[in-house]
Design a protein around this ligand. Structure first.
Ligand code: AR6
Length: 182
Protein backbone atom coordinates (compact mmCIF):
# COMPACT_ATOMS: atom_id res chain seq x y z
CA UNK A 1 0.00 0.00 0.00
CA UNK A 2 1.16 3.53 -0.71
CA UNK A 3 -0.08 6.43 1.36
CA UNK A 4 0.07 10.03 0.20
CA UNK A 5 -1.23 13.27 1.61
CA UNK A 6 -2.85 16.31 0.06
CA UNK A 7 -4.53 19.22 1.87
CA UNK A 8 -4.60 17.26 5.09
CA UNK A 9 -6.41 14.32 3.45
CA UNK A 10 -5.08 10.78 2.99
CA UNK A 11 -4.77 9.15 -0.43
CA UNK A 12 -4.10 5.40 -0.55
CA UNK A 13 -3.07 3.45 -3.63
CA UNK A 14 -3.83 -0.22 -3.06
CA UNK A 15 -3.71 -3.41 -5.10
CA UNK A 16 -6.92 -5.33 -4.45
CA UNK A 17 -10.59 -6.00 -5.02
CA UNK A 18 -12.81 -2.97 -4.47
CA UNK A 19 -15.74 -5.14 -3.35
CA UNK A 20 -13.70 -6.12 -0.26
CA UNK A 21 -12.73 -2.59 0.76
CA UNK A 22 -13.99 -0.83 3.89
CA UNK A 23 -15.06 2.61 2.73
CA UNK A 24 -18.25 4.62 3.19
CA UNK A 25 -18.65 4.73 -0.59
CA UNK A 26 -17.22 2.57 -3.33
CA UNK A 27 -17.30 3.89 -6.87
CA UNK A 28 -18.46 1.78 -9.79
CA UNK A 29 -17.12 2.26 -13.35
CA UNK A 30 -20.57 2.12 -14.92
CA UNK A 31 -22.10 2.70 -18.33
CA UNK A 32 -24.76 5.34 -19.15
CA UNK A 33 -27.57 2.83 -18.74
CA UNK A 34 -26.34 1.44 -15.42
CA UNK A 35 -26.46 -2.06 -16.88
CA UNK A 36 -23.90 -3.75 -14.70
CA UNK A 37 -22.96 -6.59 -17.04
CA UNK A 38 -19.17 -6.80 -16.90
CA UNK A 39 -15.92 -5.76 -15.24
CA UNK A 40 -15.94 -4.15 -11.82
CA UNK A 41 -19.68 -3.38 -12.19
CA UNK A 42 -20.56 -7.05 -12.39
CA UNK A 43 -18.31 -7.86 -9.43
CA UNK A 44 -20.07 -5.17 -7.36
CA UNK A 45 -23.56 -6.41 -8.23
CA UNK A 46 -22.61 -10.07 -7.70
CA UNK A 47 -21.34 -9.41 -4.20
CA UNK A 48 -23.71 -6.57 -3.25
CA UNK A 49 -26.85 -8.27 -4.53
CA UNK A 50 -29.50 -7.64 -7.16
CA UNK A 51 -30.91 -4.72 -5.17
CA UNK A 52 -28.10 -2.59 -6.70
CA UNK A 53 -29.23 -3.39 -10.26
CA UNK A 54 -32.87 -2.84 -9.27
CA UNK A 55 -32.19 0.62 -7.83
CA UNK A 56 -30.09 1.41 -10.88
CA UNK A 57 -32.99 0.48 -13.18
CA UNK A 58 -35.27 2.80 -11.22
CA UNK A 59 -32.86 5.71 -11.65
CA UNK A 60 -32.70 5.15 -15.42
CA UNK A 61 -36.49 4.77 -15.69
CA UNK A 62 -36.95 8.07 -13.87
CA UNK A 63 -34.12 10.25 -15.24
CA UNK A 64 -32.97 8.55 -18.46
CA UNK A 65 -29.39 7.60 -19.30
CA UNK A 66 -26.50 9.34 -17.53
CA UNK A 67 -24.00 11.63 -19.22
CA UNK A 68 -20.31 10.77 -19.24
CA UNK A 69 -18.83 12.21 -16.04
CA UNK A 70 -22.11 12.15 -14.12
CA UNK A 71 -22.47 10.25 -10.81
CA UNK A 72 -25.46 8.75 -8.97
CA UNK A 73 -25.76 6.68 -5.80
CA UNK A 74 -27.54 3.46 -4.90
CA UNK A 75 -27.58 1.24 -1.85
CA UNK A 76 -24.54 -1.01 -1.45
CA UNK A 77 -26.65 -4.05 -0.55
CA UNK A 78 -24.50 -6.69 1.16
CA UNK A 79 -21.22 -4.83 0.65
CA UNK A 80 -19.41 -3.22 3.57
CA UNK A 81 -19.88 0.24 2.04
CA UNK A 82 -22.88 2.48 2.81
CA UNK A 83 -23.43 3.44 -0.83
CA UNK A 84 -22.25 2.55 -4.29
CA UNK A 85 -21.57 5.64 -6.38
CA UNK A 86 -21.96 4.89 -10.09
CA UNK A 87 -20.06 7.11 -12.48
CA UNK A 88 -19.58 6.88 -16.23
CA UNK A 89 -16.09 7.20 -17.65
CA UNK A 90 -15.24 7.89 -21.30
CA UNK A 91 -14.61 5.23 -23.93
CA UNK A 92 -11.08 5.66 -25.31
CA UNK A 93 -11.21 7.49 -28.63
CA UNK A 94 -14.44 9.42 -28.07
CA UNK A 95 -12.48 12.60 -27.26
CA UNK A 96 -11.80 14.75 -24.20
CA UNK A 97 -11.11 11.63 -22.12
CA UNK A 98 -8.97 13.52 -19.61
CA UNK A 99 -11.59 16.13 -18.70
CA UNK A 100 -14.35 13.54 -18.63
CA UNK A 101 -12.39 11.44 -16.13
CA UNK A 102 -11.66 14.53 -14.01
CA UNK A 103 -15.39 15.25 -13.98
CA UNK A 104 -16.31 11.65 -13.07
CA UNK A 105 -13.96 11.76 -10.07
CA UNK A 106 -15.07 15.24 -9.02
CA UNK A 107 -18.78 14.41 -9.21
CA UNK A 108 -18.28 11.14 -7.31
CA UNK A 109 -16.48 12.99 -4.51
CA UNK A 110 -19.13 15.70 -4.46
CA UNK A 111 -21.84 13.07 -4.02
CA UNK A 112 -19.90 11.30 -1.24
CA UNK A 113 -19.42 14.67 0.45
CA UNK A 114 -23.16 15.37 0.22
CA UNK A 115 -23.76 12.25 2.36
CA UNK A 116 -21.13 13.41 4.85
CA UNK A 117 -18.95 10.38 4.07
CA UNK A 118 -15.38 10.20 5.35
CA UNK A 119 -13.98 7.66 2.90
CA UNK A 120 -14.38 6.84 -0.79
CA UNK A 121 -12.79 4.09 -2.88
CA UNK A 122 -12.27 4.30 -6.66
CA UNK A 123 -11.38 1.66 -9.23
CA UNK A 124 -9.33 2.64 -12.30
CA UNK A 125 -12.28 4.10 -14.21
CA UNK A 126 -12.34 3.43 -17.98
CA UNK A 127 -9.20 1.25 -18.00
CA UNK A 128 -10.99 -2.06 -18.71
CA UNK A 129 -13.74 -2.44 -21.30
CA UNK A 130 -13.40 1.28 -22.17
CA UNK A 131 -9.65 0.88 -22.99
CA UNK A 132 -8.29 4.20 -21.67
CA UNK A 133 -4.52 3.79 -21.10
CA UNK A 134 -3.71 3.45 -17.40
CA UNK A 135 -1.26 6.38 -17.43
CA UNK A 136 -3.86 8.77 -18.78
CA UNK A 137 -6.50 7.49 -16.33
CA UNK A 138 -4.13 7.74 -13.36
CA UNK A 139 -3.13 11.34 -14.18
CA UNK A 140 -6.71 12.45 -14.79
CA UNK A 141 -8.01 10.76 -11.64
CA UNK A 142 -5.25 12.37 -9.57
CA UNK A 143 -6.15 15.73 -11.08
CA UNK A 144 -9.86 15.21 -10.28
CA UNK A 145 -8.99 14.45 -6.64
CA UNK A 146 -6.75 17.53 -6.42
CA UNK A 147 -9.37 19.78 -7.97
CA UNK A 148 -12.08 18.58 -5.61
CA UNK A 149 -9.90 19.03 -2.52
CA UNK A 150 -8.70 22.45 -3.73
CA UNK A 151 -12.26 23.66 -4.24
CA UNK A 152 -13.75 21.92 -1.18
CA UNK A 153 -11.14 22.20 1.60
CA UNK A 154 -13.79 21.55 4.29
CA UNK A 155 -15.10 18.32 2.77
CA UNK A 156 -16.14 15.48 5.09
CA UNK A 157 -13.93 13.16 3.00
CA UNK A 158 -10.76 12.30 4.90
CA UNK A 159 -9.57 9.26 2.98
CA UNK A 160 -9.52 8.55 -0.77
CA UNK A 161 -8.59 5.04 -1.86
CA UNK A 162 -7.56 3.93 -5.34
CA UNK A 163 -8.09 0.17 -5.54
CA UNK A 164 -6.36 -1.42 -8.53
CA UNK A 165 -7.15 -4.95 -9.54
CA UNK A 166 -4.28 -5.83 -11.86
CA UNK A 167 -0.56 -5.58 -11.07
CA UNK A 168 0.26 -3.56 -14.18
CA UNK A 169 -2.42 -0.93 -13.54
CA UNK A 170 -1.53 -0.82 -9.86
CA UNK A 171 2.10 -0.08 -10.75
CA UNK A 172 1.12 2.75 -13.10
CA UNK A 173 -1.16 4.35 -10.48
CA UNK A 174 1.45 3.95 -7.73
CA UNK A 175 4.14 5.63 -9.85
CA UNK A 176 1.84 8.40 -11.09
CA UNK A 177 0.53 9.22 -7.60
CA UNK A 178 4.09 9.17 -6.24
CA UNK A 179 5.06 11.71 -8.89
CA UNK A 180 2.06 13.95 -8.26
CA UNK A 181 1.57 13.62 -4.49
CA UNK A 182 4.81 12.11 -3.17
N1 AR6 B 1 -11.97 -4.36 -7.99
C1 AR6 B 1 -11.27 -3.33 -8.50
N2 AR6 B 1 -11.07 -3.14 -9.82
C2 AR6 B 1 -11.59 -4.05 -10.67
C3 AR6 B 1 -12.34 -5.17 -10.23
C4 AR6 B 1 -12.52 -5.31 -8.82
N3 AR6 B 1 -13.23 -6.30 -8.29
N4 AR6 B 1 -12.73 -5.89 -11.33
C5 AR6 B 1 -12.22 -5.24 -12.41
N5 AR6 B 1 -11.52 -4.15 -12.02
P1 AR6 B 1 -14.15 -2.00 -16.25
P2 AR6 B 1 -14.60 0.53 -17.70
C6 AR6 B 1 -10.78 -3.15 -12.81
O1 AR6 B 1 -14.13 -2.76 -17.55
O2 AR6 B 1 -13.35 0.33 -18.49
C7 AR6 B 1 -18.59 -2.67 -17.57
O3 AR6 B 1 -19.16 -3.69 -18.33
C8 AR6 B 1 -10.33 -3.54 -14.21
O4 AR6 B 1 -9.14 -4.31 -14.15
O5 AR6 B 1 -14.89 -2.58 -15.12
O6 AR6 B 1 -14.88 1.86 -17.12
C9 AR6 B 1 -19.58 -1.55 -17.25
O7 AR6 B 1 -20.89 -2.03 -17.05
C10 AR6 B 1 -10.09 -2.17 -14.82
O8 AR6 B 1 -8.79 -1.70 -14.49
O9 AR6 B 1 -14.75 -0.49 -16.47
C11 AR6 B 1 -19.45 -0.67 -18.47
O10 AR6 B 1 -20.25 -1.12 -19.54
C12 AR6 B 1 -11.09 -1.26 -14.09
O11 AR6 B 1 -11.62 -2.05 -13.03
C13 AR6 B 1 -18.00 -0.79 -18.86
O12 AR6 B 1 -17.58 -2.05 -18.34
C14 AR6 B 1 -12.22 -0.75 -14.97
O13 AR6 B 1 -12.63 -1.75 -15.86
C15 AR6 B 1 -17.13 0.28 -18.22
O14 AR6 B 1 -15.79 0.11 -18.65
Amino acid sequence: MNIFGYRNREIQVIKGDITEVEADAIVNAANKYLKHGGGVALAIVKKGGDVIQKESNKIIAEYGPLEVGEAVATTAGNLKAKKVIHTVGPVYGEGDERNKLIKAVYNSMRLADSFGFESIAFPAISTGVYRVPAGLAAEAMAEGIKLFLDENPDTSIKKIMLVLYTSSIYEVFRDTFKKLFG
